[in-house]
Design a protein around this ligand. Structure first.
Ligand SMILES: [Zn+2]
Ligand SMILES: [Zn+2]
Length: 211
């Protein structure tokens, strides 16, 4: 670590050193693009939110209890997760909470309600429209980015029926092994406290599992 030079400001997410043309930003341009992609994936008629809603197994018509399925085992175990993600209080509320938060920084205004899908789309449009300015103005973009990324990955995993992402053990030069996934946001080595961003983490030497 160079303690003698004044440290160049770093991206609060990955945490790459910010380049000259990124001066004044909280996050680097690639991290902004990654967040923007995650947001874009969520919205619209073919977006993750809409596709999650299509996966809800409907309850018995007229019943307000738990869904009862015609054949045993036909009901997906992930249904509860999908319901909590797609209901009021799920994805839509996470996004709208951020819209409200950003509005207090002068970054957009809160939407005006409507159907859940419409609220998701409106929130995403507002957040995407203001993301470029938020990169300079909002100090909690790391939290925002990881929440949005988590939602997108969770939705993608349900839709594609994916299992948990494969964990790859990588070794820090200090010798400590940490498990990361291809989706990692980065990590801090628990021994030497070196911080690794997404790309850096994946460039570390993978450790072969003991044969
Ligand atoms: Zn970054
Ligand atoms: Zn280490």
């Amino acid at each position: 670590m160079n303690l003698d030079d004044a440290p160049a400001p770093r991206c609060t997410i990955c945490p790459r050193q910010l380049l000259d043309h990124e001066a004044g930003r909280f996050i680097c341009t690639p991290c902004e693009q990654r967040i923007d992609q995650d947001l874009r994936k969520l919205a619209g008629p073919a977006g993750l939110y809409a596709r999650l809603c299509l996966r809800i197994q409907p309850g018995r018509r007229g019943g307000d209890g738990p869904a009862v399925s015609g054949s045993p085992g036909a009901r997906l175990p992930v249904n509860e997760t999908i319901l909590s993600l797609t209901a009021n209080g799920g994805i839509v509320s996470t996004l709208e909470t951020w819209v409200e938060d950003w509005a207090s920084y002068g970054l957009g205004v809160h939407g005006t309600g409507g159907r859940l899908q419409h609220r998701v789309d409106t929130a995403v449009v507002t957040l995407r429209r203001n993301l470029g300015r938020a990169a300079y103005r909002h100090p909690a973009l790391d939290e925002f980015g990881s929440e949005v990324g988590k939602i997108a990955r969770q939705a993608e995993a349900i839709i594609t029926g994916e299992k948990k992402p494969r964990v790859i053990p990588v070794m820090c030069p200090c010798g400590t092994v940490t498990g990361v996934t291809l989706n990692t946001d980065g990590f801090t080595c628990r021994d030497c406290r070196t911080e690794y961003g997404h790309g850096e983490a994946l460039r570390l030497t993978p450790v072969r599992s003991a044969a």
